[in-house]
Design a protein around this ligand. Structure first.
Ligand code: SF4
Ligand code: FES
Length: 273
């Protein structure tokens, strides 16, 4: 049985504040509940409610921007590109991880809209999470070309080999998949004294590992596979499939992980059926 210990002061408690915006002509009022937490304050998190006119607003990110500019400038969240490219606006929206800038209000039914930070990650403030660990895991798979060839101009690749990267290279590292994965929550760093790091790398890092394994220009396929042949790093994927359900780019980290497992069986000399 897995036992999780909540960080101190992390339980939502107490009454959140309530705000109400002005209703314009042909107003369409909706309530958005936003997780509020400032770990430095020593207080527990709360959920504040904002009743706001959403007439003319189509995306969740626009709604957050309107809440911040019209009702409460203290709400903290990250965003940049506003078009599903930078990966910085991933939150838990009505119970599902996804990008605020590509999630339409029309996808969220007619009730309250609930916006929380990505699950499992430490909260810096409100909807801003600390993704240091996530980026370290990405760095651990060595996400760059490693080739013994030193071409005069560039590493060439045939269109057919390039196609093998489709469904892999599009990842924007938004962390929606990894933070939606219960195995990722349960199998964080379990380093015992005197032992190597033991942690599940999670769907995003493993999808990227597969992206470099599949790259015809890379010469380190065997080393990359050897590095992943580990009870924790790779084999803590139990094909729960939350990663596939939430990926805003429609990618399939679970399939990438199972392909790495298949390649490892092949590498070990066993027959793959
Ligand atoms: S695989 Fe999809 S959900 Fe996961 S980090 Fe990449 S874009 Fe985000
Ligand atoms: S703001 Fe860049 S992905 Fe949403």
């Amino acid at each position: 049985m897995v036992e999780l210990t909540l960080p101190r002061n992390s339980k939502i408690s107490g009454e959140g504040k309530k705000y109400e915006g002005k209703a314009g002509d042909s107003a369409e009022m909706r309530t958005v509940n936003i997780y509020r937490y400032d770990p430095d304050s020593g207080q527990n998190p709360r959920v504040d409610s904002y009743k706001i006119d959403v007439n003319g607003i189509s995306m969740v990110l626009d709604l957050l921007i309107k809440v911040k500019s019209d009702l409460d400038p203290t709400v903290a969240f990250r965003r940049s590109c506003r078009e599903g490219v930078c990966g910085s606006c991933a939150f838990n929206i009505n119970g599902k991880n996804g990008l605020a800038c590509t999630t339409g209000l029309d996808e969220l039914g007619s009730g309250d809209i609930n916006i929380y930070p990505l699950p499992h990650m430490p909260v810096v403030k409100d909807l801003v999470t600390d993704l240091t660990k996530f980026y370290e895991q990405h760095a651990a798979i060595q996400p760059f070309l490693q080739s013994d060839d030193v071409p005069e101009e560039e590493h060439l690749q045939s269109p057919e080999d390039r196609e093998h990267l489709d469904g892999l290279y599009e990842c924007i590292l938004c962390a929606s998949c990894s933070t939606a994965c219960p195995s990722y929550w349960w199998n964080g760093n379990k380093k015992a004294e005197g032992q190597e790091d033991q942690e599940y790398l999670g769907p995003a890092a493993l999808l990227q590992a597969h992206r470099w394994i599949k790259d015809s220009r890379d010469d380190k396929t065997d080393e990359r596979l050897a590095q992943l042949d580990d009870t924790f790093k790779l084999y803590r994927c139990h094909t729960i499939m939350n990663c596939v359900q939430v990926c805003p780019k429609g990618l399939n980290p679970a399939a990438a992980i199972s392909e790495i497992k298949r390649m490892l069986v092949e590498r070990s000399g066993q027959k793959v059926t």
